[in-house]
Design a protein around this ligand. Structure first.
Ligand SMILES: Nc1ncnc2c1ncn2[C@@H]1O[C@H](COP(=O)(O)OP(=O)(O)O)[C@@H](O)[C@H]1O
Ligand SMILES: [Mg+2]
Length: 187
Protein backbone atom coordinates (compact mmCIF):
# COMPACT_ATOMS: atom_id res chain seq x y z
CA UNK A 1 0.00 0.00 0.00
CA UNK A 2 2.67 2.49 0.87
CA UNK A 3 4.27 1.71 -2.49
CA UNK A 4 1.01 2.16 -4.32
CA UNK A 5 0.38 5.41 -2.57
CA UNK A 6 3.84 6.55 -3.32
CA UNK A 7 3.55 5.49 -6.94
CA UNK A 8 0.17 7.14 -7.30
CA UNK A 9 1.40 10.32 -5.77
CA UNK A 10 4.42 10.20 -8.02
CA UNK A 11 2.28 9.86 -11.12
CA UNK A 12 0.13 12.70 -10.00
CA UNK A 13 3.11 14.85 -9.24
CA UNK A 14 4.61 13.99 -12.61
CA UNK A 15 1.39 14.97 -14.33
CA UNK A 16 1.13 18.15 -12.34
CA UNK A 17 4.75 18.98 -12.92
CA UNK A 18 4.20 18.86 -16.63
CA UNK A 19 1.35 21.31 -16.30
CA UNK A 20 3.28 23.54 -13.95
CA UNK A 21 6.23 23.48 -16.28
CA UNK A 22 4.07 24.67 -19.15
CA UNK A 23 2.63 27.37 -16.98
CA UNK A 24 6.05 28.49 -15.91
CA UNK A 25 7.28 28.56 -19.46
CA UNK A 26 4.26 30.57 -20.54
CA UNK A 27 4.45 32.68 -17.42
CA UNK A 28 8.11 33.46 -17.73
CA UNK A 29 7.58 34.18 -21.41
CA UNK A 30 4.92 36.75 -20.56
CA UNK A 31 6.95 38.17 -17.73
CA UNK A 32 9.95 38.59 -19.99
CA UNK A 33 7.94 40.36 -22.65
CA UNK A 34 6.14 42.59 -20.21
CA UNK A 35 8.84 43.51 -17.76
CA UNK A 36 12.31 42.82 -19.04
CA UNK A 37 13.99 45.90 -20.42
CA UNK A 38 14.89 45.28 -24.05
CA UNK A 39 18.61 44.68 -24.29
CA UNK A 40 20.19 47.68 -25.96
CA UNK A 41 22.69 46.62 -28.56
CA UNK A 42 24.80 49.38 -29.98
CA UNK A 43 26.69 48.71 -33.19
CA UNK A 44 30.46 48.67 -33.15
CA UNK A 45 30.51 51.25 -35.94
CA UNK A 46 28.53 54.08 -34.38
CA UNK A 47 29.08 56.28 -37.42
CA UNK A 48 28.27 55.21 -40.97
CA UNK A 49 31.69 56.22 -42.21
CA UNK A 50 34.87 55.03 -40.54
CA UNK A 51 37.80 55.33 -42.93
CA UNK A 52 40.59 52.84 -42.42
CA UNK A 53 43.94 52.46 -44.09
CA UNK A 54 45.85 49.20 -43.87
CA UNK A 55 49.21 49.64 -42.11
CA UNK A 56 51.07 48.17 -45.09
CA UNK A 57 49.74 50.95 -47.31
CA UNK A 58 51.89 53.60 -45.64
CA UNK A 59 55.58 54.20 -45.16
CA UNK A 60 56.95 54.10 -41.61
CA UNK A 61 54.95 55.59 -38.72
CA UNK A 62 55.40 52.51 -36.53
CA UNK A 63 56.76 54.57 -33.63
CA UNK A 64 53.88 57.06 -33.88
CA UNK A 65 51.33 54.23 -33.96
CA UNK A 66 52.88 52.67 -30.87
CA UNK A 67 52.86 56.02 -29.09
CA UNK A 68 49.23 56.61 -30.01
CA UNK A 69 48.25 53.17 -28.78
CA UNK A 70 50.02 53.75 -25.49
CA UNK A 71 48.47 57.17 -24.93
CA UNK A 72 44.99 56.25 -26.10
CA UNK A 73 44.63 52.65 -25.06
CA UNK A 74 46.78 52.34 -21.96
CA UNK A 75 46.64 55.84 -20.54
CA UNK A 76 43.12 56.67 -21.80
CA UNK A 77 44.33 60.12 -22.76
CA UNK A 78 42.78 62.55 -25.14
CA UNK A 79 45.38 62.86 -27.88
CA UNK A 80 45.65 65.85 -30.17
CA UNK A 81 47.61 65.23 -33.37
CA UNK A 82 48.46 68.69 -34.58
CA UNK A 83 50.42 70.02 -37.55
CA UNK A 84 50.23 71.56 -40.98
CA UNK A 85 48.24 69.99 -43.82
CA UNK A 86 49.77 67.00 -45.57
CA UNK A 87 51.88 65.62 -42.73
CA UNK A 88 49.64 62.57 -42.45
CA UNK A 89 47.42 63.29 -39.45
CA UNK A 90 44.33 61.81 -41.08
CA UNK A 91 46.27 58.88 -42.49
CA UNK A 92 47.75 58.12 -39.08
CA UNK A 93 44.26 58.08 -37.54
CA UNK A 94 43.02 55.78 -40.32
CA UNK A 95 45.91 53.37 -39.90
CA UNK A 96 45.50 53.44 -36.11
CA UNK A 97 41.82 52.59 -36.52
CA UNK A 98 42.60 49.69 -38.86
CA UNK A 99 45.51 48.32 -36.85
CA UNK A 100 43.75 48.31 -33.48
CA UNK A 101 40.22 47.72 -34.75
CA UNK A 102 39.75 44.45 -32.89
CA UNK A 103 40.67 46.00 -29.55
CA UNK A 104 37.75 48.44 -29.49
CA UNK A 105 34.08 47.77 -28.81
CA UNK A 106 32.65 50.95 -30.37
CA UNK A 107 34.18 53.39 -32.81
CA UNK A 108 33.07 56.91 -33.78
CA UNK A 109 34.64 58.90 -36.61
CA UNK A 110 33.63 62.52 -36.98
CA UNK A 111 35.21 64.75 -39.61
CA UNK A 112 34.88 68.47 -39.03
CA UNK A 113 33.77 70.22 -42.20
CA UNK A 114 31.71 73.07 -40.74
CA UNK A 115 32.72 76.05 -38.65
CA UNK A 116 31.62 74.49 -35.38
CA UNK A 117 32.47 70.90 -34.57
CA UNK A 118 29.17 70.58 -32.68
CA UNK A 119 27.34 70.70 -36.02
CA UNK A 120 29.61 68.00 -37.38
CA UNK A 121 28.80 65.62 -34.54
CA UNK A 122 25.09 66.22 -35.09
CA UNK A 123 25.35 65.81 -38.86
CA UNK A 124 27.64 62.80 -38.97
CA UNK A 125 25.80 60.05 -40.80
CA UNK A 126 24.54 57.25 -38.61
CA UNK A 127 25.51 58.66 -35.23
CA UNK A 128 22.07 59.80 -34.02
CA UNK A 129 20.47 56.61 -35.36
CA UNK A 130 23.05 54.36 -33.74
CA UNK A 131 22.42 55.99 -30.38
CA UNK A 132 18.62 55.90 -30.85
CA UNK A 133 18.40 59.68 -30.64
CA UNK A 134 15.38 61.13 -32.40
CA UNK A 135 15.99 64.60 -33.74
CA UNK A 136 13.02 66.92 -33.90
CA UNK A 137 13.29 69.85 -36.25
CA UNK A 138 13.17 72.43 -33.48
CA UNK A 139 16.03 71.02 -31.45
CA UNK A 140 19.16 73.11 -31.12
CA UNK A 141 22.35 71.48 -32.39
CA UNK A 142 23.86 71.95 -28.95
CA UNK A 143 21.07 69.92 -27.32
CA UNK A 144 21.48 67.11 -29.83
CA UNK A 145 25.22 67.23 -29.30
CA UNK A 146 24.69 66.82 -25.56
CA UNK A 147 22.35 63.88 -26.23
CA UNK A 148 25.10 62.32 -28.34
CA UNK A 149 27.66 62.74 -25.58
CA UNK A 150 25.24 61.31 -23.03
CA UNK A 151 24.65 58.34 -25.34
CA UNK A 152 28.37 57.74 -25.78
CA UNK A 153 28.94 57.86 -22.05
CA UNK A 154 26.23 55.22 -21.57
CA UNK A 155 28.21 52.57 -23.46
CA UNK A 156 28.83 50.02 -20.77
CA UNK A 157 31.25 47.97 -22.83
CA UNK A 158 34.69 49.39 -23.35
CA UNK A 159 37.19 50.41 -24.61
CA UNK A 160 35.85 52.72 -27.28
CA UNK A 161 37.46 55.04 -29.76
CA UNK A 162 36.31 58.51 -30.78
CA UNK A 163 38.20 60.27 -33.55
CA UNK A 164 37.52 63.84 -34.54
CA UNK A 165 39.43 64.47 -37.75
CA UNK A 166 40.21 67.94 -39.04
CA UNK A 167 39.07 69.47 -35.76
CA UNK A 168 39.71 73.17 -35.19
CA UNK A 169 39.73 75.31 -32.08
CA UNK A 170 35.99 74.81 -31.57
CA UNK A 171 36.90 71.35 -30.24
CA UNK A 172 38.18 73.14 -27.15
CA UNK A 173 34.69 74.38 -26.35
CA UNK A 174 33.33 70.82 -26.13
CA UNK A 175 36.23 69.25 -24.28
CA UNK A 176 34.36 68.99 -20.99
CA UNK A 177 31.47 67.18 -22.68
CA UNK A 178 33.59 64.42 -24.18
CA UNK A 179 33.43 60.95 -22.66
CA UNK A 180 36.23 60.97 -20.15
CA UNK A 181 38.59 58.22 -19.16
CA UNK A 182 38.66 58.46 -22.74
CA UNK A 183 39.88 58.30 -26.71
CA UNK A 184 41.26 60.94 -30.64
CA UNK A 185 39.85 59.77 -27.58
CA UNK A 186 39.72 56.10 -26.18
CA UNK A 187 36.97 55.92 -23.59
N1 LIG B 1 53.20 57.43 -44.01
C1 LIG B 1 52.73 57.67 -45.24
N2 LIG B 1 53.13 56.92 -46.29
C2 LIG B 1 52.69 57.19 -47.52
N3 LIG B 1 51.81 58.16 -47.84
C3 LIG B 1 51.36 58.94 -46.84
C4 LIG B 1 51.80 58.74 -45.50
N4 LIG B 1 51.18 59.65 -44.73
C5 LIG B 1 50.41 60.39 -45.52
N5 LIG B 1 50.51 59.97 -46.81
C6 LIG B 1 49.81 60.59 -47.93
O1 LIG B 1 50.00 61.99 -47.83
C7 LIG B 1 48.79 62.67 -48.13
C8 LIG B 1 48.43 63.61 -47.01
O2 LIG B 1 48.18 62.88 -45.82
P1 LIG B 1 47.01 63.25 -44.81
O3 LIG B 1 46.95 62.13 -43.85
O4 LIG B 1 45.77 63.61 -45.54
O5 LIG B 1 47.60 64.54 -44.13
P2 LIG B 1 46.91 65.55 -43.10
O6 LIG B 1 45.70 64.90 -42.53
O7 LIG B 1 47.96 65.81 -42.08
O8 LIG B 1 46.59 66.79 -43.89
C9 LIG B 1 47.75 61.63 -48.40
O9 LIG B 1 47.61 61.48 -49.80
C10 LIG B 1 48.31 60.38 -47.79
O10 LIG B 1 47.88 59.24 -48.52
MG1 LIG C 1 43.72 65.60 -42.53
Amino acid sequence: MPNQRHSGTGDNVTGDQTKIERQIIQGSGSTYIEHAAPEQKFPKELTARIPKTAPDKIVGRDAELDDLHHWLFDNKQVVLVNGMGGISKTTLAQVYTAKYWDEYRHVVWVSQVSQDVINDFVNTEGLLDSLNIRASGIQEAKDLFINIMTGLKKMDDQPNLLITDNADVTLGSIYDYLPQTSCGISW
